[in-house]
Design a protein around this ligand. Structure first.
Ligand code: COA
Length: 139
């Protein structure tokens, strides 16, 4: 098995990232929008020339007025999960924003996404807000 290496994302990597997202059943529209409209920063986990992990971030000004690194997406290929790839990608993002003087990180996660919540909690993230989604059905 090839070992995993890590590097910064470049726009020329996007098709390979899309291949990862589609292979893992993850939507790519949100990530494409973030890349197109924001000063985004992203990192890749590579196995050979294949992208097996991706974290997408952007700088944001939180509601409390603190500048944080916003994690917009993180996906690791199923075949590589549970081996520390997600944690390493998060650490790369954190160290980038820390070095640039940001106050911390911020992200949204679904309440039922146990692996992701555990990852974030194990890295010191705490819940600051529970959101409710409301909808109405037209009859
Ligand atoms: C969330 C995700 C990125 C984690 O990536 P990963 O490479 O498997 O995570 P790691 O191996 O670095 O795990 C780090 C920690 O996360 C937690 N964790 C990861 N997978 C877990 C699982 N299936 N169940 C419980 N905890 C889990 C553990 O605390 C783990 O630390 P440990 O190995 O010391 O116990 C991966 O599961 C994934 O791609 N999920 C689908 C996409 C997704 O939901 N992204 C998050 C959007 S908010």
């Amino acid at each position: 098995m090839l070992s995993i290496s890590y590097r910064r994302f470049a726009l020329s990597d996007w098709e390979r990232v899309r291949a990862l997202l589609s292979h893992e059943g993850e939507a790519s529209e949100h990530d494409a929008d973030v890349l197109a409209s924001q000063p985004a920063e992203a990192w890749l986990a590579m196995e050979g020339d294949q992208v097996v992990g991706w974290v997408l971030t952007r700088p944001l000004l939180s509601e409390d007025g603190v500048q944080r690194g916003g994690v917009e997406d993180i996906v690791v290929a199923r075949t590589q999960r549970g081996r520390g790839v997600g944690r390493h990608l998060m650490e790369l993002a954190e160290s980038h924003y820390r070095q640039r003087g940001f106050g911390g990180m911020q992200l949204n996660v679904r309440a039922d996404n146990e692996p992701a919540r555990r990852l974030y909690e194990s890295m010191g993230y705490a819940i600051v807000q529970h959101r409710l989604r409301m909808s109405k059905q037209f009859r």
